[in-house]
Design a protein around this ligand. Structure first.
Ligand code: TXA
Ligand code: MG
Length: 331
C-alpha cells in the first residue's frame, strides 16, 4: 500500500538528490531530480549506463512542458492532449537550462506524463521534473514489478514504491516532434496508426542513422541472460528434433494454438494471442524464465501486423548479440 507518508518520504529523498524507483503504466522508472547533476550522475552509475544516453523527464501536467521544452508545435500539443497521461514520450527542442547530462548533450529532450496513480501522486508532490530511465541495469530487461527492480538495483536505489505489475508492460512509444514531421524513434503500444489519426498524416519510423539519437533502438537491449532466439513455429519444431542432449533443457515461448511433440527437455510457455496482453506479460515471463536454468529460450515469432510492432522490436533486441542457438548443431 502506498500512503501519503510514503510519497512524502520519496519526495524528501528526491529533493536530497537520492533515487526513488516508481511504477508507471509502462515499466518501473528509476527517478531522480532532473535539475540535480549529482542525482543524475547516480542514475547513470546505478544503471551502469553510458553517459551519452539521454533520459526521459517525467512531468505531472502539460503546463510544465514550457519549463523543459521550447518551440512546442501545435501538433505536439495535440498529441499531448490525446495521449497524456499515457505511454508516449515526445522529443522536443530543449530549454537552455536543461542539464546536458539529462539530454546526452543533444538539443532535444524526451518528456512524458505517465499514467499511473503512484507516479502521478509522486510527480504532483515533487512539483518538478523527474528524470527516469527504466529501473534496470544497462541492456537488461526493464522491470514491470517492484521485485524486478529490487533484483536489478538492490542497494543502488534509496526507495522503491511498489505499485504492483505495470499495465502496459513495454516502454513508451518515443516520437521525435522536434522537426517538421513526427518520427517514431522507438515503437510502443501507442501505434503509428493511432498517432496518424491524431496528426492527420502517416507517421514513419526514423531510419537507423536518426535512431542513433535513441540509443536503446540499435543495440543489444531488453535482453535475458539466457541465449534467446526468435524463430517460426516450423523452425522451433525442427530445432527440437535436431538438437543434441547437451542443449536441453530449453523453453519455447509460444502464442499460437498448436501442439508440439512432447520432449522431456522441452518446456512450453503459452502467451496470450492479443498484443496488449502479450506485451503485459512479456518481460515478467522472460525474467522468470531467465532464472530457471534453461540452456535456450526459443520465442515463436509474432505476427507481422502493426499492432505487434513494439513487441517485435523488443523481441529482436532481446535476441541479438548473445550466444545464439546453433540451428544445426552436432556434438
Ligand atoms: O516507458 C518508458 O519510456 C520508461 C518509463 C520509466 O517512462 N522509460 C524508459 O526510459 O524506457 P529509458 O531511459 O530506459 O529509455 C529511454 C529512451 C532511450 O533509448 C533514450 O536514448 C531515448 O529514450 N531518449 C531520451 N531522450 C531522448 C532524446 N532527447 N532524443 C532521442 N532519444 C531520447
Ligand atoms: Mg531502458
Amino acid at each position: 500500500m502506498i500512503t501519503p507518508e510514503n510519497i512524502a518520504k520519496a519526495v524528501q529523498i528526491l529533493k536530497q538528490g537520492g533515487l526513488v524507483a516508481f511504477p508507471t503504466e509502462t515499466v518501473y522508472g528509476l527517478g531522480a531530480d532532473a535539475t540535480n547533476p549529482s542525482a543524475i550522475a547516480k542514475v547513470f552509475s546505478a544503471k551502469g549506463r553510458p553517459a551519452h544516453h539521454p533520459l526521459i523527464v517525467h512531468i505531472a501536467e502539460v503546463s510544465q512542458l514550457n519549463d523543459w521544452a521550447v518551440d512546442i508545435s501545435a501538433d505536439a500539443l495535440k498529441l499531448a492532449k490525446a495521449f497524456w497521461p499515457g505511454p508516449l514520450t515526445l522529443v522536443l527542442k530543449k530549454q537552455n537550462q536543461v542539464l546536458n547530462s539529462v539530454t546526452g548533450e543533444q538539443d532535444t529532450i524526451g518528456l512524458r506524463i505517465p499514467n499511473h496513480p503512484i507516479a502521478q501522486a509522486l510527480l504532483e508532490a515533487f512539483a518538478g521534473g523527474l528524470a527516469a530511465p527504466s529501473a534496470n541495469r544497462f541492456t537488461h530487461i526493464s522491470p514491470t514489478t517492484a521485485e524486478a527492480v529490487q533484483e536489478e538495483l538492490s542497494t543502488k536505489v534509496d526507495m522503491i514504491l511498489d505499485g504492483g505489475q505495470c499495465a502496459v508492460g513495454l516502454e513508451s512509444t518515443i516520437l521525435d516532434m522536434s522537426g517538421a514531421k513526427a518520427k517514431i524513434l522507438r515503437p510502443g503500444m501507442i501505434s503509428a496508426e493511432a498517432l496518424a489519426r491524431v496528426l492527420g498524416y502517416d507517421v514513419s519510423f526514423a531510419d537507423a542513422q536518426e535512431t542513433t539519437r535513441a540509443p536503446g533502438m540499435h543495440r543489444l537491449h531488453y535482453a535475458p541472460k539466457t541465449s534467446t532466439q526468435v524463430c517460426s513455429l516450423e523452425q522451433i519444431k525442427s530445432e527440437i528434433q535436431t538438437m543434441n542432449n547437451a542443449e536441453f533443457p530449453i523453453v519455447c515461448v509460444l502464442h499460437s494454438e498448436t501442439h508440439l511433440p512432447h520432449h522431456d527437455g522441452v518446456h512450453y510457455i503459452k502467451m496470450q494471442r492479443q498484443p496488449e496482453l502479450y506485451a503485459h506479460d512479456l518481460y515478467r515471463t522472460l525474467r522468470l524464465l531467465d532464472q530457471q536454468g534453461f540452456q535456450h529460450i526459443l520465442i515463436e515469432s509474432v505476427p507481422e501486423e502493426k499492432e505487434w510492432d513494439a513487441i517485435r522490436d523488443r523481441l529482436s533486441k532481446a535476441s541479438q548479440s548473445r550466444p545464439q542457438v546453433h540451428l544445426t548443431s552436432k556434438l
